[in-house]
Ligand binder design. Structure first.
Ligand code: ADP
Ligand code: ASP
Ligand code: MG
Length: 449
């Protein structure tokens, strides 16, 4: 369908009835918005995660009570709550049953199922809000279309099947009415509910845009666009009117939370424009992300990703011997460990892992690999580090870039600097505690007018 817009509304945008009403205004003002993807209301996914993490039954019920309160507050504001009350009651009862019969520890499949309730509740409520505003709207269970593999917690979308299922189940509906559906969740081939990873609703919206051949994805959030850095870090951050796919993808990869890291992959595949704006201030403009842009400045933005793990592997025996790096990376790859940044010398390699610190689940996956590496190397693991990424254009070949960086941060202990491999980024590690100050200082140097 040409002239089709997929609009995604994040957690704060659907936090309560008033916020949902503002989203309805945006949708009603634009007839091309036929598919609406919603996140769970703000705070709900965190509460669901808490249910899956704690073994304490009282804590599970407390979290459930929080979710129920957020849900009922919206329901009670509706003009015709009876239209959706039964669906909401069923969802809440199903969630409660999962808590009652949960046992001490949830399986990873159950964790994803539990986390799916946030989006399932918010989409049911939001489609009623939209209907009450006069729109012809229907809530659609995206699990019928969003086919993924079975990697719970970080499921991989199956793009070809999603396109086929969207063609059959979704495409015929959107001409007649607006579809309200869930971000973040999907379903594997065995009809088990999966999730795409935290913040995954942006990715869902882009995947649906690709499947339905939409022109534009709108990401409505709590900031008026993509900024030169997280506006929470410095009040000097300013909104970027237009940015290329490459630059925005780098920003998302390196921690700019405003977009899930994978969001731009489907958009780039099909050249779909992405707009980021504030559902609170839709008139304030926003950021357009596109393939071609008017300007490509050397410095575009600074991104920050906290809680990184740095692993240094050293083997003096490998001096002048071939195959050291191949051996190290073979071990990491066999354990399905994805490496982020790398620097090397002949007998050592330093690398960061992209899972954001050693959570217990993650260290569980990494430990066996470290054991294998320790059989022929000295291995040092450092935590509590932040990755700072300067994003821009031609950074690998422009004069004076590193000089500017080192001058600005001469008092900071920088660990592992990666420069030269990408024309769009220059990355380095600093201590977590230093990171906000480093971003602020660097931003002031690179972006002050
Ligand atoms: P949503 O719930 O709408 O998906 P998120 O909290 O996931 O919203 O993303 C929006 C947040 O991203 C902002 O509140 C902001 O603090 C953070 N953020 C990080 N980096 C940037 C950036 N470069 N530009 C804008 N926002 C950013
Ligand atoms: N509700 C999910 C989360 O909080 C997905 C999203 O908001 O994009 O991570
Ligand atoms: Mg988000």
């Amino acid at each position: 369908m040409s002239n089709l817009i997929i609009a995604k509304f994040g957690g704060t945008s659907v936090a309560d009835f008033e916020a949902m009403s503002r989203c309805a205004d945006i949708i009603l003002a634009n007839a091309a918005i036929r598919v609406v993807v919603v996140s769970a209301s703000s705070g709900v996914t965190n509460l669901l995660v808490e249910i899956t993490k704690t073994t304490n039954v009282t804590e599970r019920y407390d979290a459930y009570a929080g979710i129920e309160a957020i849900t009922l507050a919206v329901l009670n504001h509706l003009a015709q709550p009876e239209q959706v009350a039964q669906a909401i009651e069923l969802l809440l009862a199903e969630l409660k049953a999962l808590i009652e019969n949960g046992g001490a520890v949830y399986s990873s499949a159950h964790k994803d199922l539990i986390q799916s309730f946030g989006e399932r509740l918010s989409s049911a409520l939001f489609s009623q809000v939209l209907s009450e505003r006069g729109a012809k709207a229907q809530c659609f269970d995206i699990r019928r279309v969003m086919r993924t593999d079975s990697r719970f917690g970080r499921a991989e979308p199956q793009v070809k099947q999603i396109a086929e299922l969207a063609e059959v189940h979704l495409q015929p509906l959107i001409a007649e009415q607006r579809i309200v559906t869930q971000g973040f969740i999907g379903q594997d081939e065995f009809e088990q509910t999966t999730t795409l990873g935290r913040g995954g609703s942006d990715y869902s919206a882009a995947l649906l845009a690709e499947a339905l051949q939409a022109d534009t994805v709108q990401i409505w959030t709590d900031v008026v666009g993509i900024f030169t850095t997280d506006p929470r870090l410095t009040d000097q951050a300013r909104c970027i009117a237009e940015i290329s796919f490459d630059e925005a993808a780098e920003m998302a990869t390196f921690g700019a939370k405003v977009l899930h890291p994978a969001t731009l992959i489907p958009a780039m595949r099909r050249n779909i424009a992405v707009f980021v704006g504030s559902s609170r201030e839709p008139q304030a403009g926003g950021t357009w992300i596109a393939k071609e842009v008017q300007q490509r400045p050397p410095y575009r933005a600074i991104a920050l990703r906290k809680s990184q793990t740095l692993i240094t592997v050293k083997s003096p025996d490998m001096l002048h011997a071939a195959g050291f790096l191949a051996r190290v990376f073979d071990i990491l790859s066999r354990h399905q460990i994805s490496v982020d940044l790398v620097t090397t010398s002949e007998i050592s390699v330093a690398l960061t892992l992209d899972e954001g610190g050693m959570t217990s689940a993650f260290s569980h996956a990494v430990e066996p690999a470290l054991l294998e590496l320790r059989a022929f190397c000295d291995v040092v693991v450092e935590q509590g580090l932040s990755l700072v990424a300067v994003i821009g254009n031609h950074l690998h070949s422009s004069k004076g870039i590193t000089g500017e960086l080192f001058q600005t941060l001469e008092r900071i202990n920088m660990r592992l600097i990666c420069h030269g491999a990408s024309k769009h980024n220059l990355c380095f590690l600093v201590q977590d505690a230093d990171a906000p100050g480093v971003v602020k200082q660097l931003h002031s140097r690179l972006f002050s007018l």
